[in-house]
Design a protein around this ligand. Structure first.
Ligand SMILES: NC(=O)c1ccc[n+]([C@@H]2O[C@H](COP(=O)([O-])OP(=O)(O)OC[C@H]3O[C@@H](n4cnc5c(N)ncnc54)[C@H](O)[C@@H]3O)[C@@H](O)[C@H]2O)c1
Length: 433
């Protein structure tokens, strides 16, 4: 199959590379010339484990090409995937669909022969209808079907998620369009990944419902963590105690500083906007969003509290800035609000992140960026783990103790053992324990 990806970001590039690896002929298009130039030189513009090798192999095999020229990729394609961003719209929190609609228009002008237009971007219910309308209006003679195929990959484990998904959701009602989709995903079907077919609107909603549910688990366990702190419980034990129940499951039950990233914050917000438009309130999701919003600054206050409520003139070392490990994505990372809260209270902040510094510099200023965890820790009054990168799990805590001015360890990801830390002499503050 000839497959074209419009948008070569996290989703477009990973999906494109994986489709190529399945044996399809893939063209990845982006309007960002710098990104395409880099990709042509074998440089990967994002940090995603395994992606560089996957791209390199498939480029070498002649199955994966990059271009800014949309026409070349669309005219001959069996399927054109829209994988452009759908950020929160400034001002009202609705999903900003301008990139999707612009892509639809450009695709329409270049369609030749029957083509499936696949919405892979996360888009509110009804967007597929609007994409179909735009294509028809722009090119009345075009033969096409619009299908929804939301993406569930996680940054940091994107390739594995794409190649071994829990399920593939395909929404559409055009038999020819659905046939093309089955053919594209056939290699996964052979791997026994379930393909769930449904209406386009149901597929669009499935993506938001899935993310809202996962966000709910996170806000739920974070509130239970707060209660644990008040009553002397340990949230990790509680999480394990409930997570072993198959009906609940152990994932997304790690208490922490709140969810961030490119999806949960904007998708929960967009779902709320849709629910308002259709007069079907989603009160649980409303609570989830509000709990999460309040939590990020509360984590900054937790660090301040650990330093006796006064950080003016003191230095705090933060390890990990990205919203989760194994990515360089800083979008809506809790670290942004935590740094702000500390700075508002007069603290100096030193930071280190294994992969996120370049992106972090765009959103976090007036901090000292350090080249290693120990450089950040040296001379600080307190150390706080904000993101649980593996390399922080094995820090030499004895050495750290000698480098800190005060033995204060605020572990916002619960990666250390309280008893061990306290036996070394730390004042240890975890989450919900
Ligand atoms: N990042 C994730 O983990 C993830 C997971 C599942 C779903 N999604 C969804 O997938 C979509 C894409 O997310 P992302 O993280 O890959 O975004 P991204 O910002 O990393 O990439 C989007 C790319 O699209 C390009 N683009 C925009 N308009 C274009 C056009 N008209 N023609 C060509 N290129 C164009 C941009 O230059 C950019 O490189 C979003 O809707 C997101 O919600 C993301």
């Amino acid at each position: 199959m000839r497959v074209t990806m419009i948008g070569s970001g996290y989703v477009g590039l990973v999906s494109g590379a994986c489709f190529a690896d399945f044996g399809h002929d893939v063209t990845c298009i982006d309007k960002d010339q710098t990104k395409i130039d880099a990709l042509k030189q074998g440089k990967i513009p994002i940090y995603e484990p395994g992606l560089e090798t996957l791209v390199e192999n498939n480029v070498r095999a002649g199955r994966l090409t990059f271009t800014t020229e949309l026409e070349a990729g669309v005219t001959d394609a069996d399927a054109v995937f829209i994988a452009v961003g759908t950020p929160s719209r400034r001002g009202d929190g609705h999903a900003d669909l301008s990139y999707v609609y612009a892509a639809a228009e450009e695709i329409a002008r270049n369609l030749k022969g029957f083509t499936v237009i696949v919405n892979k971007s996360t888009v509110p219910v009804g967007t597929g209808d609007e994409v179909a309308r735009i294509i028809k209006e722009t090119n009345p003679d075009a033969e096409f079907a619009v299908v929804s195929n939301p993406e569930f990959l996680r940054e940091g484990a994107a390739i594995d998620d794409f190649k071994r998904p829990d399920r593939i959701v395909i929404g559409g009602d055009n038999p020819r369009g659905m046939e093309v989709m089955r053919e594209i995903y056939r290699p996964l079907y052979l791997n026994k990944s379930p393909i769930v077919e449904m209406s386009r609107r149901s597929a669009e909603l499935t993506k938001y419902a899935g993310n809202a549910f996962l966000a709910t688990k996170i806000s739920f366990i974070n509130e239970i963590a707060d209660l644990c702190e008040k009553v002397g419980g340990d949230v990790q034990d509680v999480a394990r105690g409930i997570g072993l129940d198959n009906r609940i499951g152990p994932k997304f039950l790690n208490a922490g500083p709140g969810y961030g990233g490119s999806c949960f914050p904007k998708d929960t917000l967009a779902l709320l906007k849709t629910s308002q438009d259709y007069d079907a309130p989603q009160r649980i999701v409303e609570a989830v969003v509000s709990v999460n919003d309040n939590r990020k600054r509360a984590m900054g206050r937790k660090i301040i509290q650990a330093l006796d409520g006064d950080v003016r003139g003191k230095t705090v070392a933060l390890l990990g800035l990205t919203f989760k490990p194994n990515t360089d994505d800083m979008r809506d990372s809790p670290a942004i609000a935590i740094v702000q809260t500390l700075q508002d209270a007069g603290a100096n902040v030193k930071v280190y992140d294994p992969q996120g510094e370049e992106q972090a510099r765009l959103v976090i200023q007036n901090v000292e960026y350090c080249a290693s965890p120990y450089e950040a820790i040296e001379g600080a009054d307190a150390l706080s783990i904000v993101t649980e990168w593996d390399e922080f799990r094995a820090l030499d805590l004895r050495r750290v103790l000698t480098m800190l001015k005060q033995p204060v360890l605020v572990d916002l990801r619960n990666i250390y053992d309280r008893d061990q830390a306290e036996s070394l002499g730390y004042t240890y503050v975890g989450i919900g324990r």
